[in-house]
Design a protein around this ligand. Structure first.
Ligand SMILES: [Zn+2]
Length: 442
């Protein structure tokens, strides 16, 4: 098993050899970069000048960072231009994220050419975990606009002579499978449910195409084990996970060949895990909210940005031998824990049980209230050509979720299942459970 290539990359940034990289030297580097970021933010950004003025602006040790306030999604949404540390003329790419929050304002993130170069560099190194020169990668991510995730990834792959084939979101699985065959694709990068729908369509159709995949990288949404299992089974390929978000500069961390958690982009980002309720750091190994600070970004640095994602650091050394820390797969969102009468429910739990059922390619879930009783509504998207005789299997699987089982047993929860049209409107948005219970009660 090869060590994550991120280790050599980070050692290069520190100017030391890969073998002599230690956690201590990495922490020294991160502390130096944190100081630079803090100086930049306080001197140049209106937001941080105002919000950090009453805090000591000298970091003597990493722990001093914990005294600084968090930056939230709302802060960025309310006044994105106040975060800028360069003139707008230097901004090369603006990403607008539509709001799922309370204000309804979209969130805007600004990147300079240098910021984007850092992302390409990370994608280049991260992708070398799973592909090499001569490989042919189909990119099932939005990539038409310069600076979009698909575009930066394609540019990263070209750097080490990997053929990038931009495709975009899958609209017609038959057409995508045909392209895979014609282009002799041997690796895919895509959104978990999209790649699952391809595999299930391929498995359910008369197999005129024979994909020869060696690796798949899943990104953008939560990576459920059920989907990973299915892809390995269908195509006999390795399935890697990537964790990232636009705020991180798209890339955040990628699994190594040990496939046991993400090695993080520690040369560009400093990560913390905090208790989402009181904001305090949690011990390594304990689950909490992922928080990061940019170390090298110049356009719009972010200090202690709360991601809203739940995960934990994995305390043991990775089997690949790297000294880099690992983050567990994201378990869900801080605001994505829904209370049923007999306990909590997350979309991660629904993913595991629903994607395990043959023929399911996606679903929509909501919670409603009818005559004082909670109802879990699940609309299932089925693979083309398969019928809806799967309700028994779905009910059986749902009963393995403790909160669902006990709530239903107590007579406090009803379950409504529905097969939705096979024409699934594909998007790159993260899926959530819609909670309609409160609005109905108003
Ligand atoms: Zn590893």
């Amino acid at each position: 098993m090869e060590k994550t290539p991120l280790q050599n990359w980070i050692a290069g940034r520190l100017g030391v050899s890969e073998a002599s990289l230690t956690r201590e030297s990495l922490i020294d580097y991160q502390l130096k970069k944190l100081r630079e970021t803090l100086d930049l933010a306080i001197n140049r950004s209106t937001y941080y000048r105002k919000n950090l003025s009453k805090y000591p602006n000298k970091l003597n040790r990493l722990e001093d960072l914990l005294q600084l306030p968090f930056t939230t999604s709302e802060d960025v949404r309310n006044n994105p231009l106040h975060f800028l540390c360069v003139s707008q003329d230097y901004i090369n790419r603006v990403v607008t994220l539509q709001s799922s929050g309370t204000t309804g304002k979209p969130k805007r993130l600004y990147f300079t050419k240098e910021d984007q170069e850092l992302t390409i560099d990370f994608f280049h190194i991260g992708m070398s975990t799973l592909v090499g020169p001569g490989d042919r990668v189909l990119i099932l991510l939005p990539g038409q606009l310069p600076g979009s995730v698909g575009d930066l990834l394609a540019r990263a792959l070209e750097r080490f002579r990997v053929k990038a084939i931009p495709h975009g979101i899958v609209q017609d699985p038959e057409k995508t499978l045909k392209i895979m065959q014609e282009e002799q694709v041997n690796a895919l990068v895509g959104i978990p449910t999209q790649v699952l729908s391809l595999a299930r369509y391929w498995g359910g159709a008369i197999n005129k195409y024979q994909p020869q995949l060696k690796s798949v990288l899943l990104s953008t949404d939560y990576v459920s084990q059920a989907i990973t299992r299915q892809l390995k089974l269908s195509w006999g390929c390795q399935v890697y996970g990537h964790y990232g978000m636009t705020e991180m500069g798209l890339g955040g961390g990628v699994e190594c060949q040990a496939l046991a958690g993400y090695h993080m982009r520690e040369a560009d980002l400093y990560f913390e895990i905090i208790n989402p309720t009181n904001g305090e750091s949690v011990p390594d190994g304990e689950e909490g909210e992922v928080v990061f600070t940019t170390l090298t970004r110049v356009g719009m640095p972010l200090i202690r940005y709360r991601t809203g994602d739940l995960a934990r650091f994995i305390p043991d050394r990775c089997h690949c031998g790297s000294i880099l820390r690992r983050l567990s797969p994201v378990k869900g969102r801080v605001r994505g824990v829904y209370q049923l009468p007999a306990g909590p429910l997350t979309i991660g739990e629904l993913d595991e049980v629903l994607f395990s059922v043959a023929g399911v390619i996606n679903y929509q879930a909501s919670l409603s209230n009818e005559n004082g009783k909670d109802i879990l509504n699940i609309g299932i998207f089925m693979n083309h050509g398969e019928n809806g005789s799967i309700f028994d299997a779905i009910r059986r699987n749902l009963n393995t979720i403790p909160s669902v089982y006990h709530s239903e047993k107590k007579g406090c929860l009803g379950i409504k299942l529905l097969i939705l049209s096979e024409q699934l409107k594909s998007t790159a948005a993260k899926r959530t459970i819609k909670d309609l219970r409160k609005s109905e009660m108003l």
